[in-house]
Design a protein around this ligand. Structure first.
Ligand code: GUN
Length: 292
């Protein structure tokens, strides 16, 4: 079994990005600048946004954190987005999801300038992704592709089963794994809450990508020998022995599934750190496009 070490690979990617940033500085150019908008004070979102800002520092990017109260109206958020769209100093920005219920997420995602949409959530970018046109690929799916590539995982002609059809992970992942090229050329089954015989389908998978958010969902007896297992689950479960009072667990029963798998991502330290590294990569790309 080979561990797909997202922590290590994400550090490699950040080092590579830092080198590019240094070159920009040496040429006297402005460094990439990422802004993140956080509405409300959801604990997990605060942690994610904090990690994104910290990662910017590490590679030498500028970053701006825009914090807005949970009572923010849709108009107030749309006004802030317009400001960020028009601010030449900002190369890319993200609006952390989920948003409070009074705000229409679709409207917000549509308001982001596609050229600054480093999350790749704007319908224009999502459509381009589906049509193999150059674009920003959503960070989590992009991170999974990068992990498969750097560990030389063969995807051609393999049966990939994606569990969960979220707009952020499952849906784009199912499109990307079926695209021409590598990592891709896979035969994809996208499963969800209405899928019949899901265990039977998973048992046929060469590659399982689980983005469900149900701890310990994927058990050893459900997967075939030598399957590649990508665990995108991040669920907080109470654990009084931990300093923060909780621990992060994935969808996969790692201890037992890892004995059968050919490759597997751990949680934490698998897909999570890759997401952040690829957001930085998209921001670098935005800066380069902006500049040229
Ligand atoms: N919420 C969960 N994942 C993400 C992500 O990748 N980007 C944003 N903006 N919000 C999220």
């Amino acid at each position: 079994m080979e561990l797909l070490d997202g922590k290590k690979v994400s550090n490699d990617i950040k080092d590579e990005i830092a080198v590019e940033v240094q070159k920009m500085k040496d040429r006297g150019e402005k460094v990439p600048h990422l802004a993140a908008v956080l509405v409300g004070n959801d604990g997990a979102s605060l942690t994610y946004v904090g990690s994104k800002v910290k990662a910017c520092e590490r590679v030498g990017f500028e970053s701006t954190l825009v914090k807005m109260p949970s009572t923010t109206s849709e108009i107030e958020l749309l006004t802030k987005i317009k400001e960020l769209n028009e601010d030449d100093n900002i190369d890319g920005f993200i609006v952390q999801l989920p948003l409070p219920p009074q705000i229409d997420t679709q409207k917000v995602l549509l308001a982001v300038d596609p050229d600054k949409d480093v999350d790749g959530f704007h319908p224009m970018n999502f459509g381009k992704m589906a049509l193999d046109m150059s674009t920003f690929i959503p960070a989590t799916p992009f991170g999974i592709l990068e992990l498969l590539e750097r560990y030389d995982v063969d995807t051609k002609g393999k049966h990939t089963v994606v569990i969960g059809r979220s707009h952020i992970v499952g849906r784009p992942m199912s499109i990307l794994m079926g695209r021409k090229g590598w990592p891709g050329n896979s035969t994809v089954t996208l499963t969800h809450s209405h899928t019949k015989n899901i265990t039977q389908i998973i048992s046929q998978a060469d590659i399982v990508i689980s983005a469900l958010g149900v701890p310990n969902f994927l058990k050893a007896e459900m997967v075939k020998d030598d399957a590649v297992i990508i665990d995108v689950g991040i669920t907080r479960v109470t654990d009084e022995t931990r300093p923060k009072g909780y621990k992060i667990v994935g969808d996969v029963d790692f201890e037992n599934v890892s004995k059968k798998a050919s490759h597997i991502t751990p949680v934490p330290g698998g897909v999570g750190p890759m997401t952040i590294a690829m957001l930085l990569k998209n921001t670098l790309l935005a800066r380069e496009r902006h500049h040229n």
